[in-house]
Design a protein around this ligand. Structure first.
Ligand code: ADP
Length: 411
């Protein structure tokens, strides 16, 4: 290619380049500028030639620039300017604008000239800033979002806890309602069965009254006053016993709530049982006998007489009721340690094995009772009385052979 042609290409490149190109000498005087540089800085070609390159810098960088420029001349090589920091240039109208500058040098004979390629990066900076702002906004938004999310999670968590608490409370109140309903049902049951129960529990004392009254009648004929008084006393006892039982029934729910308290008084167990059996002879079937073996030596013990009598009346009347004629009903009393043991044994129909675990339940009756009357309350009351006395009751029974109830009461 001819030199002329080359020069034309170089000139074209210089004139049409989109970068501003400024060529300066070692003093910083501008000796060449292309049209892009003129557009960028607002100076005409001639104005540029009257300027020093340092003057294109903002005031605050000018002294530094002089220093840098001298350094560059000492060791000129192609490099970008202001690496790692933002560069600014001064427009003719005094406004600053951001630039990117790369430097190279050319030799013109002995003289070294510096060529500065300048790009106006104001637009790019603006976009960068917008991008930065958008990023910041995005960051802020995502921070707020995650905060919101956290708050939401916390709300959900506390709501879940509240709900769980509510469900717990509801379940509890349902339980309470169920319990109350059950209690009410039991009470209704109790009331509706009260009449038949009363008749069962009243039978023993009523029978005693009946037999004593008829016996007293017989003795009246024979003028045997002593025996008449004895039977009148029994009638009195039975009536008071009836009152006691009635009171117990009326307070069956009190019994359940533990309101009934024992009132122990010094008592001769032997005398008490002999008297009781004497009274209960009135309800025995033909040929039935009581066999009482006492090993307490008629010692006095502190015991609640009313509760003790009721216990025994229940057990002995069951022994009588569930035994046939001519059978023996055995009672034994003894002290062992600080406890009084009472055994009530019969030779009756016994309790079927499948019923044995239930007979202390209220209204429960075994399946072998036939048409023997009863309500299934006696043993339940017995059990509760035993609990009040801190005692224990156990039994053994063989169907067709007989039943033994053993009570132990701390005295
Ligand atoms: P009731 O005698 O009124 O039925 P209890 O509560 O006294 O009620 O007794 C519950 C059930 O236990 C009786 O129905 C009966 O089946 C059985 N039972 C109680 N005592 C005896 C006994 N001595 N012999 C046989 N069965 C008995």
């Amino acid at each position: 290619m001819s030199k002329e042609r080359n020069d034309k290409i170089y000139e074209g490149m210089f004139v049409d380049a989109t970068e501003g190109i400024l060529v300066s000498n070692h003093k910083g005087q501008i000796i060449l500028c292309n049209p892009s540089a003129q557009r960028m800085f607002g100076y005409t070609h001639d104005e540029f030639l009257a300027l020093n390159i340092d003057q294109l810098m903002p005031m605050r960088f000018q002294s530094h620039h002089v220093h840098h420029r001298e350094g560059y001349f000492a060791n000129p090589m192609p490099r970008s300017m202001g690496k790692g920091r933002d560069l600014y240039a001064n427009h003719k109208n005094g406004e600053e604008f951001p630039v990117e500058i790369s430097l190279s040098h050319v030799k013109n004979g002995e003289e070294t000239l510096v060529v500065a390629f300048i790009i106006d990066i104001a637009e790019r900076k603006k976009k960068d800033n917008q991008l930065k702002k958008a990023n910041e906004m995005l960051k802020k938004a995502s921070f707020q979002l995650s905060k919101l999310n956290q708050e939401l999670e916390q709300k959900v968590q506390s709501r879940t806890l509240e709900l769980a608490e509510m469900i717990k409370k509801l379940t509890e109140s349902k339980k309470e309602v169920d319990l109350a309903l059950e209690k009410e049902k039991e009470l209704n049951d109790l009331k509706s069965r009260f009449i038949s129960t009363a008749s069962h529990e009243f039978r023993t004392p009523l029978a005693t009254i009946l037999s004593s009254v008829s016996l007293a009648g017989k003795y009246a004929d024979k003028q045997e006053l002593e025996k008449i008084f004895k039977h009148l006393d029994r009638v009195k006892d039975s009536v008071s016993n009836l009152t006691d039982i009635l009171n117990d029934f009326l307070s069956l729910d009190k019994l359940e709530e533990g309101i009934i308290q024992p009132h122990p008084e010094p008592t001769h167990v032997y005398d008490l049982i002999v008297d009781l059996l004497d009274t209960m002879k009135g309800i025995t079937k033909s040929g039935q006998v009581f066999n009482y073996q006492d090993e307490t030596n008629n010692e006095k013990v502190f015991i609640d007489v009313r509760i003790f009598r009721n216990l025994l009346i229940n057990l002995v009347s069951n022994a009588v009721k569930y035994s046939e004629e001519n059978k023996t009903i055995t009672l034994k009393t003894e002290f062992k340690g600080q406890k009084l043991f009472i055994l009530v044994q019969d030779e009756g129909i016994g309790i079927p094995y499948e019923d044995q675990s239930n007979i202390f339940e209220r209204f429960y009756r075994a399946n072998n009772i036939g048409n023997i009357q009863g309500t299934g309350l006696g043993l339940n009351i017995v059990k509760k009385y035993i609990e009040i006395l801190n005692g224990d009751i156990t039994f053994e029974s063989e169907p067709g052979v007989g039943t033994r109830f053993l009570i132990e009461i701390p005295v």
